[in-house]
Design a protein around this ligand. Structure first.
Ligand code: GDP
Ligand code: MG
Length: 370
């Protein structure tokens, strides 16, 4: 008789083999990914799983609710770019984010009240840029699964003494797949063996050709260590954002992404969110995944208390019932009832979503800033 391995079955069911292995274990059978099942056994698992995961709840509800309603062109207003930093491990992502953050921190703020909220905003010539600073880039991964891009521009960090490395190439592929504009920051130019032209040369292989070589990609030489070139990089981001004409309707119910969330002993669930559309106000009803609530307080990355947050603004919010997952979409709702209903429906569907999420978790951890 024909057989199927747990690995193959899991692939067919678009789920993790561990889920099946656990299930069999609970039923008293010890297995590995290579364990072969008869088609009958496999079918039983598939049927059972189907019942648990899908048949109880109309599957489409959440997806329907999450569908983007297009805002009319005349409602759109300019919004700041949202930027993520990617690149090979040790090429300087964290250092660059720190250097950029420092340029924007005033003496008053340097006193220690700035806080990490998964993203921060800097001002350049009165224009704002939001940098995602999310550990492990969970938001970036999850948002791609939900088809909601959080990022407009990817700063691809390449060390000038090391050149293009495997994770540089992966980062390029991800940025291209997400249709994100790439700016190359050639880092560590303070090093004696830095070779900017070599980086430019290597990048041509991936279709990224420097503007001074007749291409369309901006290469900005920087040193996260000395601070050289950081201003140039920020100006290049602003120019790129202008060309992209990034817009959102600020006058509607808020919608955005959860960047990070945690349980704070004193304050309850704390979520760091990025507003993408609309304006989020203190007092608004919201849902995020299986949690819902009313925004009790908002704080920005400089520690300022806010009454409202606008498109591309990252804020920390209090008032959710539970800790949502990073990467979850948050939505504003007209009523408390609607927010709760959404969260409940999500919860019922959660098992299915969990499988999807595990499925899509890739080994991206080193690609993004941590
Ligand atoms: P990440 O893994 O991409 O986040 O890289 P890090 O920011 O942790 O940097 C890796 C190492 O490179 C650290 O030892 C940094 O101090 C060093 N580094 C980062 N940027 C520069 C730079 O511009 N010049 C020099 N000389 N060293 C740097
Ligand atoms: Mg790092």
């Amino acid at each position: 008789p024909e057989k199927v391995s747990i690995k193959e079955l899991a692939e067919k069911m678009k789920m993790q083999p561990s889920v099946i292995i656990k299930k069999l274990f609970m039923a008293g059978q010890v297995s590995t990914v290579n364990t072969e099942l008869t088609y009958e056994e496999a079918e039983n698992i598939a049927i059972e799983y189907d019942i648990i995961c899908e048949k109880e709840v109309p599957v489409d509800v959440i997806e329907e609710l999450l569908k983007e309603d297009e805002d009319a062109a005349e409602t759109l207003k300019k919004r700041p770019p949202v930027v993520c930093v990617m690149g090979h491990v040790d090429h300087g992502k964290t250092s660059l984010l720190d250097a950029i953050r420092k340029t924007s921190v005033t003496d008053r703020e340097a006193g220690g009240i700035t806080q990490r909220i998964g993203a921060y905003t800097v001002s350049v010539n009165d224009q704002k840029i939001t940098f995602l600073d999310t550990p492990g880039h969970e938001a970036f991964t999850a948002m791609r699964m939900r088809g909601a891009n959080s990022t407009d521009i990817a700063v691809l960090v390449v060390a000038a003494d090391d050149g293009v490395m495997p994770q540089t190439v992966e980062a390029i592929n991800h940025a291209k797949a997400a249709e994100v504009e790439i700016i190359v920051a050639v880092n560590k130019i303070d090093k004696p063996n830095a070779n900017i032209d070599k980086v430019k040369q290597e990048m041509t292989e991936y279709g990224l050709i420097s503007t001074d070589w007749g291409g369309t990609t901006e290469f900005v030489p920087v040193s996260a260590k000395s601070g050289e070139g950081i201003e140039d990089l920020l100006e290049t981001i602003i120019l790129t954002a202008d060309i992209l004409e990034l817009k959102a309707n600020p006058d509607r119910m808020a919608r955005g992404l959860v960047l990070e969330a945690r349980l704070d002993k004193g304050r309850g669930p704390v979520a760091n969110v990025l507003v993408q559309k609309g304006t989020l106000h203190v007092g608004d009803f919201i849902s995020a995944g299986a949690s819902s609530g009313k925004v009790r307080a908002m704080v920005d990355d400089k520690g300022n208390k806010l009454k409202e947050a606008r498109p591309s603004q990252p804020v920390e919010i209090l008032g959710l019932s539970d800790v949502p997952n990073a990467g979850e979409v948050f939505l504003g709702h007209e009523t408390d009832k609607e927010a709760k209903q959404y969260a409940n429906t999500y919860l019922q569907q959660h098992k299915k979503d969990l499988i999807e999420e595990t499925k899509a978790k890739m080994s991206l951890d080193d690609l993004y800033s941590k």
